[in-house]
Design a protein around this ligand. Structure first.
Ligand code: ATP
Ligand code: MG
Length: 760
């Protein structure tokens, strides 16, 4: 074969090479982190193509994220010395199935133009169903129902297939609601994420010809991160691979972190049963991390029971031990990490200077991110957040900030322009031009110009009235900033309230609205850390400054879950505290399942690091606006001491224990000292009584009850036509506002006069 002896094969160790060259028949590659599973998988795809075994469109490759799929394509391209054309079927379970379902939608009663609902849409629909069924949303929150339904879908259970025993938890009512929900989705020509795969599975099971077509089509199947597949995904894979059995799965049972979403590690064990004679390949050499990092991770994970177990070794240079450091609170932790990063970037830590691109902070919960964002913005450290926009760049945050800026200074014309008609006050472009003219004529700020327009009646009707209200509001808020009558936090809440800004989002029915309201709350919380509004605004001004700068190196900030499969030379793992990591929920649970999953997540975290891994915890942390004390994570105890170096930050614990310089290892005494301090801290009792930390309530942004006294002449369910969005059916009516599920454009809110009744 032409590719024999190809240079890309020389880059592999014998076990990897075996996995790459065993092209036909089932292969299971089961190996620990950083052993080159993904590398082998990618090389295997390249090898398939280069040896002419198949064409790009005959390979079905499933990765965990779209990012991973893209990266794989790039790597394959590099391997082949050219850009790979196509690879149309290399993607996530979601993306591949969405594509398939578009081709066969009619087999499950959908049109190929079906809409894919996101989680918020899904919740909205479920809420409507609960209302229609007279079920109190407080007793059975829509979110809970959504969780149950997702879970059933993950197990490949359509409403008919939910076993009686399972359904009893929900009085059998749950199954009814599930069936109604599916019917409703079908009416709307919509699917949720879980449906993408479930519908295809149904199609494969009920239409042999379709299945046979794809069995022929996808001649080689490859799956990365196999340990996180759920039952439905497993069945789907098994069906597709059944005839030729050319399936190669790679995974690591120790990195299974999606059990809460229905993933089943057991799929790994079933593989050999379902594909007898499967070649099982174990990789043991880790190419990513230094021995200390590897040993720390391996030591930690041994605390889990029921592992398949594996040996990992590396011939990398010894490097530094995993560093452990405790901080007084979360802000201090963020400050210290910021300084460390700067030092590493400058090469002042005795190491070669390191690019920011090579550093990552991996958090357990996304609310941990804001402290880092705040700190980095303050010190001007560039960062990127993977999996969401940066906090202060969000629209609602910028709007709210514009109000705050005006409260502090009425000279802020940009802020005024931003909010004058947000929320809508009927002050459109013309009104703004009038205000601007008035301001220019007299050399005034826009607020002053607006006041003039009000006094001289330069606007008319509603516009005048609204502008007067706005100016009065601005004056009142400004007065309060000066008099300091209220705390700035209270004032901020008042401003958002009185301006109608909060209400604007409460009345908004788009899926994003609840999230925006949550962010506004988080913004108000952020204020608590500052003395007054001015101080806060100064801090934010730094951010707005930074923002234009898109290029350059950046530190990565992301959750541990999102970091799966990735690697960075330096990794920071903050927030190792009981109740945060492991999560309170996993600790409260009876049994060890949740806790073991958290431990695997910790293992994933440590094994992302190549050269430097730093674990930290804080004795006190503000969670959802409240101070809470916490103990260092139990996982810290489980780290093998000989691979850990305890650092003592200057000034901590009143001068701290041990030497100011890094000591040789955490002595038991040091450990106890750290803990004793936390035990004595005032918040400890509160922490103890915090058995059930209130789960953040789903943002009840919208009142989804259907208004029976609607003033519009439409009725729910009626088909309508909208000039821009096309045909759709009304799903809810509130006053003159209609919520419509459009056939093509998805669910939208429109004012009734913009639609006409459609004759079906
Ligand atoms: P994870 O379990 O975290 O997903 P993985 O097993 O998929 O890890 P890879 O990401 O494929 O591991 O590889 C880890 C690192 O080791 C990568 O930087 C990769 O390039 C390198 N690597 C893998 N195999 C070899 C090899 N045979 N020789 C040199 N480097 C290798
Ligand atoms: Mg991998």
């Amino acid at each position: 074969m032409a590719a024999r002896g190809a240079p890309y094969l020389d880059d592999l160790n014998p076990a990897q090479r075996e996995a790459v060259e065993a092209l036909d028949g089932p292969v299971l590659m089961l190996a620990g982190a950083g052993t080159g599973k993904t590398k082998a998988l990618t090389t295997r795809i390249g090898h398939l193509l280069l040896t002419g075994k198949c064409r790009t469109n005959e390979i079905l490759g499933v990765t965990f994220t779209n990012k991973a799929a893209r990266e794989m394509k790039t790597r394959i391209g590099r391997l082949m010395g050219e850009a790979v054309e196509g690879m149309p079927w290399l993607g996530t379970f979601h993306s591949v199935n969405a594509k398939l379902l578009r081709r066969h939608a009619e087999l499950v009663g959908l049109k190929s133009s079906f809409t894919i609902l996101d989680t918020d849409d899904q919740l909205r629909l479920l809420k409507q169903l609960l209302v229609a069924n007279n079920i109190d949303d407080k007793r059975w929150p829509a979110r809970m129902l959504a969780g149950i339904i997702d879970n059933w879908k993950n197990r490949a259970w359509t409403p008919e297939k939910v076993p009686a025993g399972e359904a009893s938890a929900f009085d059998r009512r749950g199954v009814e609601l599930y069936a109604q929900y599916q019917a409703r989705l079908r009416d709307l020509n919509a699917v949720d994420f879980g449906d993408l795969l479930l519908h295809m599975l149904t199609i494969f099971q009920e239409h042999e010809d379709v299945l046979a077509q794809y069995q022929r089509w996808f001649r080689y199947i490859l799956v990365d991160e196999y340990q996180d597949t759920n039952v439905a995904q497993y069945l789907w894979l098994r069906l597709l691979a059944q005839s030729h059995k050319n399936i190669c799965c790679v995974g690591d049972d120790d990195q299974s972190i999606y059990g809460w979403r229905g993933a089943e590690v057991g799929n790994i064990l079933r593989f050999e049963k379902d594909f007898p004679g499967a070649k099982v390949i174990r990789l043991e050499q880790n190419y990513r991390s230094t021995p200390h990092i590897l040993a720390a991770a391996s030591g930690l994970i041994t605390a889990n029971k029921g592992r398949l177990g594996k040996t990992l070794w590396t011939d990398a240079e010894e490097g530094e031990k995993v560093r452990l450091i405790g901080h007084w609170d979360g802000e201090e932790e963020a400050r210290w990490i910021g300084e460390e990063i700067e030092a590493m970037q400058g090469g002042t830590r005795g190491l070669a200077p390191m690019s920011l691109d090579h550093m990552a902070i991996l958090v357990r919960a996304s609310h941990q991110m804001r402290a880092f964002e705040d700190r980095f913005l303050t010190i001007g450290l560039n960062y990127r957040v993977i999996g969401g926009p940066r906090f202060y760049e969000r629209m609602e945050i910028r709007d709210a900030m514009a109000y705050f800026r005006l409260a502090v200074s009425q000279e802020d014309d940009l802020a005024f322009e931003r909010i004058v008609n947000t929320p809508k006050r009927g002050l459109g472009d013309k009104a703004v031009q009038t205000i601007q003219r008035a301001a220019r004529e007299h050399g005034l700020s826009l607020v002053e110009g607006a006041r003039l327009c009000v006094d001289e009646g330069r606007l008319s009707g509603k516009g005048l009235k609204e502008l007067r209200t706005l100016v009065q509001g601005l004056d009142r808020w400004h007065g309060q900033v000066i008099s300091e009558a209220d705390t700035h936090v209270e004032l901020a809440e008042m401003i958002l309230d009185e301006s109608g800004y909060t209400a604007m989002w409460q009345n908004d029915k788009t899926p994003e609205a609840p999230g925006r309201l949550e962010n506004l709350k988080e913004l108000v919380k952020a204020l608590e850390e500052f003395e007054n509004l001015q101080g806060f605004l100064e801090h934010i001004a730094l951010i707005m400054d930074n923002e234009s700068e898109e290029q350059g190196e950046k530190v990565t900030l992301m959750t541990l879950h999102a970091a799966k499969g990735l690697e960075f030379p330096a990794v920071f793992l903050p927030g190792w505290e009981d109740g945060l990591f492991p999560s309170q929920r996993s600790m409260d649970e009876s049994g060890l399942k949740g806790l073991e999953e958290e431990r695997r997540l910790a293992y994933v975290g440590i094994t992302r690091a190549e050269k430097l891994c730093t674990i930290s915890f804080a004795g006190n942390r503000r969670v959802y606006g409240q101070w809470q004390s916490a103990l260092p994570s139990r996982f810290i105890d489980e780290l093998p001491q000989e691979h850990i170096e305890v650092l003592t930050p200057p000034g901590l614990y009143g001068g701290g224990f041990g030497a100011a310089a890094p000591s040789a290892g955490p002595s038991a005494v040091q450990e106890r000292a750290m803990r004793a301090d936390v035990y004595n801290s005032p918040g400890w009792k509160r922490m103890q009584s915090r058995q059930q930390r209130p789960v953040s309530q789903p943002a009840e942004a919208r009142n989804m009850t259907i208004d029976l006294e609607a003033t519009s002449s439409f009725t729910t369910g009626e088909r309508v036509f909208h000039k821009k969005f096309g045909y759709g059916a009304i799903t809810a009516i509130e006053g003159d506002k209609l919520e419509i599920a459009f056939d093509k454009a998805g669910v939208k809110n429109v004012v009734s006069r913009f639609v006409v009744a459609a004759d079906l």
